[in-house]
Ligand binder design. Sequence first.
Ligand code: FAD
Ligand code: NAI
Length: 510
Amino acid sequence: ATGRHALRWAWRITYLSAVGLVGYTCYIVYQDRHPEPQFEPDPTKKTLVILGTGWGSVALLKKLDTENYNVVVVSPRNYFLFTPLLPSCTTGTIEHRSIMEPVRTILRHKKAAVKFYEAEASSIDPDRKVIKIVDNSEIQGATSETEIPYDMLVIGVGAENATFGIPGVREHSCFLKEIGDAQQIRKKIMDCVETAAFKGQTSDEIDRLMHMVVVGGGPTGVEFAGELQDFFEEDIKKLVPEISPRFKVTLIEALPNVLPSFSKQLIDYTENTFREEKIDIKTKTMVKRVTDTTVEAEASRPDGGKERVVIPYGLLVWATGNAVRPIVKDLITKIPAQKDSRRGLAVNEYLVVQGTRDIWAIGDCAVAGYAPTAQVASQEGNFLGRLFNNMAKTENHESRIQELSSKMNLQAGNSAEAAHEIESLEKQLRRIKDIKPFRYSHQGSLAYIGSEKAVADVSWWNGNLATGGSLTYLFWRSAYLSMCFSTRNRVLVILDWLKSKAFGRDVSRE
Ligand code: FAD
Ligand code: NAI
């Protein structure tokens, strides 16, 4: 009887939690669809221009009280992209729109309206305090180039793909940074498979087409290789069995091991898992040239000698990290204090671009001494949001104090009341002005490595916990789900996971 009683209670609690969760989701969805009316920005306020709609800029926008500034956002991308799940879009485990959040929706939820221009900032003039913007989209109107003046500027333009000037990379490989890249990879994988299955295809050609090569053993390359192997094991093998034994993934890395930023134990775990998954890892192999069908590399032999290897491929994905964007390079040349900056804009502890006034930089385009990750970018954006809110409050308090002081001089009768308010404002001001410099708090690193396994280096109490396997995979999934931008994204990602598990990934080539 006690057991039945406990079961009944467990059932009631589960039922109520489920109802609560559904109710809460409905409430969030309703709020999302019915935002409060917005008021127009006050033209007497300072113009704050924000470049980019990535991790850094969107975190800043989320935190910023937009009613304190005239906020203008400029980005060639009118959406925020949740990059940690981008590798899953290359195989259709997740559909690309599930990890995109329109910037118009984000901005509509701010108290004061924010202007958005879908354009690329092509140059910054720090002396005149203006930026030049260009509309490079497919459809263009009579005006596609103009200038925007700023009082304050935040640069959050991220980074571009590093190729180190290696010949053939730009022409023949796919990158994995933007939604378009993931779509291109998804198409190309299936094109390779269908071409390999073409009637009378030669044996050498089948081997080449079914060889998927990934260059760069950082987290991007590793996660993509894992996703690709899953796709073949779980779907292609069943659907195109005649060519599946010829399928092969090779990961090429210049250093002695993959995932150099993870702990030794997790590097070993990843390399062993890849071996079990039959992903070929070629470490100490530096790619030197790329042609339309081959990768040419220099490999270090165990005796220390070097040998040239030529690897035929069907699909080549290039994931060798970040390079500085042209707009950032251009700005560096205009600021004498940045003459030694090579990897981005050097910033101080308040993220102000060194050698400038009223320009801040966040995320992958800033050099603040941290790794170029989403975690760093979003914490920096969040910090600037708080900083700008405080700066606005400071200005408001200071002008109110000035107003009260001049009133006190004119009307002696109300001076006690005014003095009291001034005292309270000054107290608040001291607290507001005491802004601590930016400090990054590392929450840990996570990476998916295929076969429903993940690795995690997470901060635990005062130490570090390194773990890998299937439980870590569940942790990886729940962590990224909770980090998704919106409830809409979360629901779509869950549905995509369920859909690909139940029905398999969609192999049609759009
Ligand atoms: P981005 O997010 O790249 O945003 C830059 C923005 O600037 C974009 O909107 C872009 O369109 C815009 N822009 C570009 N040029 C201009 C211009 N000239 N004018 C105006 N706007 C411009 N990090 C993690 O911490 N965890 C992860 O799991 C993780 N997974 C990743 C997976 C992949 C496949 C990739 C590629 C990266 C991953 N990262 C991860 C790294 C993370 O995505 C980046 O560090 C992060 O995006 C940097 O944020 P950002 O705001 O600096 O730049
Ligand atoms: P990366 O810079 O981390 O790794 C690139 C790798 O390519 C390096 O290991 C380098 O040795 C190798 N390489 C460079 N040139 C080469 C050549 N010619 N031949 C062979 N190998 C070569 O780049 P990645 O993976 O794109 O990551 C960029 C940033 O984004 C990093 O800061 C990373 O931490 C972050 N990120 C984090 C993820 C996560 O936490 N799960 C996922 C993806 C990216």
